[in-house]
Design a protein around this ligand. Structure first.
Ligand code: HEM
Length: 416
């Protein structure tokens, strides 16, 4: 049953984190879409194996039927490993590892932080941060000369400072949030998670930090996400301290890793497609569409997982109750059955009437809560980068995260 990787003798293993270090293995995904779109991926580390969904239609089908395709921690959760066997199991499931109707209750608690009026209020602050960070990069270059790292100079602090605003905390706390979130998603990259003990220490620090915030907001609430969670608990919902901690961790990771990597990945895409960059500069009305195309192109989240709750057929393949089902977004986002010339980076793609929807933010029940905020950040970042650093470009290859979950860029040297 296992496919040989287009000519290679080794079976394809989408779980292998080394596969993603040179970049997303698009050739492999293209082969799978054409030959084994619902592919049985054995696990070499003792796991039971999983079904890999690589086509857009199958990812949509699994994402829109949570009764059949569960995200719940009790069934295994949203990652390839079984969350219920994860060592840090004293942390309760957050909304991303829940099914309806419970999922909806928890999602509702923080939805108020992402409404259109709220995002409009945030835009000026986001722009000011972009301007400051660009100024700091210019000053650093004047001092030190040579290429500057775009990730630590711009995309990382930009995303994390917005997260600090959402939490209502000082931007100075950004370094801690950055380190913790890298540790949470970096289980396969020793630069991010040095050891299980280090991870445990990060969790304890996050627990201490988030409890301090809880107490402050219990005394005096504001309009931030932490206040919303505390208020939910005070109103007698199911929100408990362990659930609050897991929601805090989810937001720390979801709110910055993805945005950071889409901004860095977007810069590479624009450099490789200079005519698209010229088009964007000439017609700023295309920038909201460019933000969407960057997320399709980069697919900052590589996969999410579900568990089959009954025997079910998908893409013509029978899946047994209890099987793991993993949805590969970079593959769905290059599906030639859905996208016209999927391997062309086209910043006007979504400006065309009836343009298909990319799945970079997921789809259905768990579709990204921060989608509009991420798009806003991408648009504003590039408005300011184009205006202030017209010659900004990568000065060498990126250094990538070793991960099968986050399409991460750890370093990207740039000149301007
Ligand atoms: C380019 C940036 C982003 C990408 C590519 C992205 C991607 C995703 C994806 C694929 C999911 C679906 C999970 C699933 O189906 O199991 C998701 C969920 C989620 N995202 Fe994002 N995300 C981004 C930015 C953000 C931001 C800025 C925030 C908040 C500050 C955020 C908060 C969340 C939350 C809370 C969920 C869970 C929603 C639920 O379970 O109902 N994301 N995101």
């Amino acid at each position: 049953m296992t496919a040989q990787a287009h000519g290679s003798l080794k079976p394809i293993d989408l779980k292998d984190p080394d596969l993603y270090v040179p970049g997303v293995p698009h050739e492999t995904f293209t082969w799978l879409r054409a030959n084994q779109p619902v592919y049985w991926n054995p696990e070499t580390d003792g796991g039971a194996g999983f079904w890999a969904l690589t086509r857009h239609a199958d990812v949509v089908a699994a994402s829109t039927d949570p009764a059949t395709f569960s995200s719940a921690r009790e069934s295994g959760g949203h990652r390839i490993f079984n969350e219920n066997e994860f060592p840090a199991q004293d942390i309760e499931a957050s909304m991303i590892s829940m099914d309806p109707p419970r999922h909806v209750d928890y999602r509702r608690m923080v939805m108020g932080g992402f409404t259109p009026p709220r995002l409009r209020d945030m835009e000026a602050g986001i722009r000011a941060r972009a301007v400051n960070l660009i100024g700091a990069m210019i000053a650093r270059k004047a001092r030190e000369g040579g290429p500057i790292d775009f990730v630590s100079g711009f995309s990382a602090p930009y995303a994390i400072q917005t997260l600090a605003e959402l939490f209502g905390v000082s931007e100075a706390d950004g370094d801690k949030l950055f380190e913790w979130s890298n540790a949470v998603v970096g289980e396969d990259d020793p630069e991010c998670r040095a050891s299980p003990e280090y991870m445990q220490a990060c969790i304890q620090q996050m627990a201490g930090y988030s409890m301090g915030l809880w107490q402050l907001r219990a005394e005096s609430a504001g309009g931030d996400l932490i206040s919303m969670l505390v208020k939910a608990a005070q109103e007698g919902t199911e929100m408990s301290i362990p659930r609050y901690l897991s929601t805090f961790i989810l937001l720390v990771v979801a709110g910055n890793e993805t945005t950071r990597n889409s901004i860095s990945g977007g810069l590479i895409a624009l450099d490789e497609n200079p005519e698209q960059r010229e088009r964007a500069v000439a017609d700023p009305s295309l920038l909201p569409h460019m933000a969407q195309e960057i997320v399709r192109w980069v697919s900052p989240v590589l996969h999410m997982r579900r568990t089959a709750m009954r025997d079910v057929e998908i893409g013509g393949q029978l899946i047994r109750q209890g099987d793991k089902v993993v949805m590969w977004y970079p593959s769905a986002n290059r599906d030639e059955a859905v996208f016209d010339e999927p391997f062309r980076f086209d910043i006007g793609r979504t400006a065309k009437p009836g343009a298909p929807k990319h799945l970079g933010f997921g789809f259905g029940e768990h579709v990204c809560l921060g989608q509009r905020l991420a798009e806003l950040q991408l648009r504003v970042a590039y408005e300011e980068l184009f205006a202030r650093l017209p010659n900004l470009k990568p000065a060498g290859p990126p250094r990538r995260l070793r991960s099968n979950f986050i399409n991460g860029i750890k370093e990207l040297p740039v000149t301007f």
